[in-house]
Design a protein around this ligand. Structure first.
Ligand code: PHE
Length: 363
């Protein structure tokens, strides 16, 4: 654990052992350069605490880049609640309340919302002790609800942009899109894709999701073990991180990777590996910014839902187009181009509060 912390380039890590449940809480604040650190709370069981801390550190850095690409005035952070395999509902709620207290003690250095393993109902519980630093409470409790739909909107926009670039046409009609993971982002993404008349395929590991989707018209089920070899135009990872790696890249039969999952690469070299195979990659943190940005805008800056949607579409289109152009002009990967764009905002600390950016075109 010490070496992980030593190698990390972030600002602060808060660690709390939750004795009653045996859980560990890791809050990683990677950067507050552009604003208060903001990121989801991931809650799951890990093989060991090193893996949990590592996840928190990586995900927090991802949030910094996510906000820095468009220059949105938030910093990067993430929390991981590493829980034992079995946790009863009552002790789970108590744990969430103790976690909320910890977030409140940080006094605004860290704002949070849902992530893998937490829901809007969980945000209601956390907010009882963690308010006003908790986003995405249910509408009944005064929150804006799930961030999934806005994330999905950005991912969908990203898919349109890359298709426009690769096929000369942003229409997704009859495009084969494989969505891996039908969670809060995947399910709305599938709706957008079906409305656009795409040829949708999906994969999931949960039996009830498979049953629910497999017999729907215009949608095809792909067993988890076949995902990487399935021929498609767009592969959209919306489940776990690390799915793009040296084992899976040689198997891929797609032209584009564009999905909502955080940290899709297992190692930084995977960007180059994809490029070598001529597969265009829409960097995850560029196209999955919608939920975090949109909800933060709605709850902390008073945007309406429609305004948030507009800004998400605009932000993803603008950033991704520039990134693809930069990667071609300079013969670098899209990941490298996105990092340069983010670093430019970070090194000048130029938070772009109105997000109008310097764009004159009407997308
Ligand atoms: N899970 C979101 C993400 O990874 C985190 C988030 C949602 C943060 C909503 C703030 C508000 O982007």
């Amino acid at each position: 654990m010490e070496s992980l912390l030593q190698e990390w380039d972030g600002e602060t890590v808060v660690i709390q052992r939750d004795h009653p449940t045996g859980a560990w809480i890791f809050i990683a604040i990677h950067s507050t350069k552009l604003g208060p650190a903001t990121g989801g709370t991931r809650m799951k069981h890990y093989p060991d605490q090193r893996a949990a801390l590592e996840d928190a550190l990586k995900l927090a850095a991802g949030m910094t880049f996510k906000f820095a690409v468009p220059g949105f005035d938030r910093g990067g952070g993430k929390a991981v609640i590493s829980i034992p395999e079995e946790l009863e509902p009552a002790s789970r709620s108590e744990l969430l309340m103790r976690y909320g207290k910890l977030v409140q003690q940080l006094g605004g250095a860290f704002y949070t919302g849902p992530d893998v393993g937490t829901s809007t109902a969980d945000m209601d519980i956390i907010a009882e002790t963690g308010s006003p630093y908790i986003f995405c409470r249910t509408p009944e409790k005064g929150g804006a609800g799930s961030s999934g739909p806005l994330t999905a909107l950005g991912v969908f926009t990203g898919i349109q942009v890359v298709c426009e670039h690769v096929y000369g046409n942003s229409s997704l009609k009859d495009r084969k899109v494989l969505v891996q993971g039908v969670g809060s982002v995947g399910k709305t993404l599938i709706e957008y894709l079906r409305n656009a008349e795409a040829d949708v395929m999906f994969s999931d590991v949960a039996e009830e999701i498979i049953q629910q989707y497999r017999d729907q018209p215009g949608i095809q089920y792909i067993p988890a073990e076949d995902v990487y070899q399935t021929e498609c135009d767009v592969f959209a990872p919306c489940a776990f991180g690390g799915v793009i790696n040296k084992e899976t890249i040689p198997q891929l039969k797609c032209r584009i990777v564009a999905g909502g999952a955080n940290n899709q690469f297992e190692s930084p070299q995977d960007a180059e590996r994809l490029r070598a195979r001529d597969i265009l990659y829409a960097p995850d943190y560029v196209i999955n910014v919608g939920g975090a940005m949109g909800i933060t805008g709605i709850e902390a800056q008073g945007w309406s839902w429609e305004e948030a949607e507009e800004k998400v579409i605009h932000t993803v289109r603008y950033a991704l187009k520039r990134i693809i152009e930069m990667s071609e002009a300079e013969s670098i990967t899209t990941d490298e181009a996105a990092r340069r764009m983010a670093n430019e905002h970070l090194s000048h600390s130029t938070a772009n509060t109105d997000l109008s950016m310097d764009v004159k075109e009407d997308f």
